[in-house]
Design a protein around this ligand. Sequence first.
Ligand code: ADP
Ligand code: MG
Length: 456
Amino acid sequence: MRLVDMQGRIVACSDAYCTLTGLPREELVGQTLTVVYHPNAREQMLHIFKKGLQSGSLPEAEQLKLRLWDGRKIWLDIRHTHFARKDSEAYLWSSFRDISKIKRTQKIRRDNEKRLRLLFDRAADAIFLTPFSEDFRPGAFIEVNDTASKRLLYSKEELSRLTPYSVIPAKLYEKLNQALKKLHTEATAVFQLQLLRKDKRRIPVEISLRRFKLDHQETIVWVVRDITQRKQVEKRLKETSSQLRDLASRIQTVREEERTMIAREIHDELGQVLTVLKIQLSLTANKLLPEQQEIKTRIKSTYGLLDNAVEAVQRISAKLRPGILDELGLAAAVEWQAQDFEKHTGIHCKCSLLSEPVSLSAEKSTAVFRIFQEALTNAARHADADRVSIFLKNRNDKMILEIIDNGCGINKTQINSPKSLGILGMRERVVVLGGSMEINGVPGKGTHIKVTMPRK
Ligand SMILES: Nc1ncnc2c1ncn2[C@@H]1O[C@H](COP(=O)(O)OP(=O)(O)O)[C@@H](O)[C@H]1O
Ligand SMILES: [Mg+2]
């Protein structure tokens, strides 16, 4: 506390005032009030004081930052009371409170807020705050960051009058409502949506919602990520993989056509030539004279070679493409292949084939047959099986082929490995024709492959 007269002289002061200013009472009382201030500030302070006092404009309370005589800077909360003594001379009572600490804390808080605001505004994602009401509906935006305003082309002022429904296409309200409903039981929800900009253009986004309490109010924070690029990459990837699939399927077809052509050429052309050759030789041999017996024997010894050649031609052409597939159909081809497999590997094959002819297009029959061949090869190469059961049946409008071996059993890793190109090729072959393939293995029991192909 300090009491001054109208000239600004200190008349009395409290101990606390002495402590605050760092001066003993003797150096205060009787002096002008500016004695406590820094020499540079003294004149100005006195001027302000006198002017305020004379015009009666001295505020009742004020907060000032002052520089004291010893250089210390402090924040003071000051209250003034006018006071007149009996002899009618006026005085001024003033109380001083050091509020430097409070001011410092306030500044730190302000700086922190500024920093957080900056973070909020500069975030790469658009961020909104909305209240969350009982009826699942979020209210108008309470808070939006710069990114949100820039991305949606609305000013912050405009956004403060809008709700999320104003920046979402009406067609997607239902999807948003579903996510909000989820927010009633769970703290977060993540989903993809589109935002509607002020110019009516749409941006694909991923929204993550989080519910929390802000000043006792249920509030939602919306973090909205622009996924335009991600969507573009996804689209391109989809296109590329569909193109690759088409390409792979085309290569298969071309390869199959080529094999069929080569198989036919070898079988028909070469096979015929060899047969004619054998007949010619036999006729020639018959025409030889008895004394040419030696030549006759030599010619006859080539018959065996010719028979081997004919057999090789049949074997090679059947391997390229079994004629039986085109002539007698899938069931017959499967049976023939199973017998051939058993003959060469010693693995017993049990076929349960449908009696009625399978009505599959040539393309589908070929695909199923090739899958069957690959399955048998795998059973011989990897399974260590001694028996394979084969079922071919029609179920409704689908044809089903099952190949079951009693080997070691394929595992999940082998099925899904990108290195399992055989299995991948089998699956691709059915998938491009609208069918599907399931493959399961039981350790030590065997592997079960089921191919389903639509007949039409
Ligand atoms: N019938 C089967 N029994 C056990 N393991 C199998 C069977 N078929 C395939 N596998 C396993 O799955 C892997 C992938 O098969 P596949 O894609 O045909 O490739 P590849 O035959 O060229 O190795 C094989 O290497 C093998 O380990
Ligand atoms: Mg294989």
